[in-house]
Design a protein around this ligand. Sequence first.
Ligand code: ATP
Ligand code: MG
Length: 406
Amino acid sequence: MIKIQVPEAAKSIIEQLNTNGFEAYVVGGCVRDSLLGRMPEDWDITTSAKPEQVKEIFKRTVDTGIQHGTVTVLIEHEGYEVTTYRIDGEYEDGRHPRSVEFTGSLLEDLKRRDFTINAMAYSDREGLVDAFDGVKDLEGRIIRCVGNAVDRFTEDALRILRAIRFSAQLGFDMEEETRAAISVIAPSMAKVSKERIQVELTKLLLSDHPERLKYVYDNGIAPYISQYFEDAGRRLREAEKIAWLPSKKHMRWSGFLRLEEPGNGVRILKELKLDNDTIHQTKTLVSLWKTEIPADKPAIRQVMSGLSPELFQDLLCFQKVFCPESHLTRLKTVEKYSEEILLAGDCIRLKDMAVTGRELMDAGMKPGPEMGAVLDHLFQLVLKQPECNNREYLMKSAEHLLKEQA
Ligand code: ATP
Ligand code: MG
């Protein structure tokens, strides 16, 4: 009998539900990942108990998706989603089911799930419940819809992107009927909300096979995501290199969008409702990655001064992946010099300059554009010659500059 190591907290939730006369299992992604020897992200529980009954049994619960039957049970600061067995009604805008119907049957609940590998349940008491041959498909490394693929993609077109995303995460192929249905139902993607699309695209890009983003284009889905997104695919080259980048959101999105005008890249990210940090960092990388940083310290300090230390590292890493081989020697030197700059504590931020605007004012200089220009001039000087970053020298230079300006 197949045994899965369920965390103690999830086990105790299942046991308490059982004690109260209900069925309960861990289900979905955690069962799939456990069987594959991957670390599950979270442990979801499915139960015959209704949400109100779940809330009666556990002290601390949160109504996370009560209308869909989900209650989060909190155990030692960890949340476990406990969802009542349900049959999904018709899907509204391919988003949430318009209605859900609770059911007493685990089988009905498993039937509504997207893929055979996601439709397995497990409990220590009952063992593995695998009504749709999920184990066989895990072994065959195949993504296959539960039931008729056209029907399942019609109910919720997001499943199309989920199929591609799982194939990218797991390195699995698509089963034939599932693959054929994707192209047919692609236009329905237009009904799916951009946030849900983004979540799947981001997971796809962060996976071991981000180059499978190509499937989104090959299967004619892209035009139904957005025009800009579609256009970006036409320009995409060497997608396999995206996998060489660290699995960080802004790095992988930049890898995909690097050949776009930065403005277009930002438009795509905004349409897809990415968070502002990712948008900002991606914009910076897409704008800068083709810049050849010379292997000399003043120039390197200049570039470093405009970026956070992490983003500067990311930029170098990005360039190593995508620049022509002939640039690698220079990039190695730039990297070495940048480390020396940090180690030496050279001033690369205005705030670390030995003189501040406040001090210039205390010395009798008037605030205003001239003073701004003086500060900037001093900063440029310090970037070129870090040894100049001492108060006395900079104050003297400032006075000198102001005299020149007068
Ligand atoms: P991840 O590792 O990304 O969390 P997961 O399989 O847990 O993968 P979730 O999106 O967390 O995916 O969904 C949990 C489970 O709910 C899935 O395994 C699947 O059984 C079911 N599910 C999720 N989304 C859908 C959907 N759009 N259609 C049908 N079933 C779905
Ligand atoms: Mg999950």
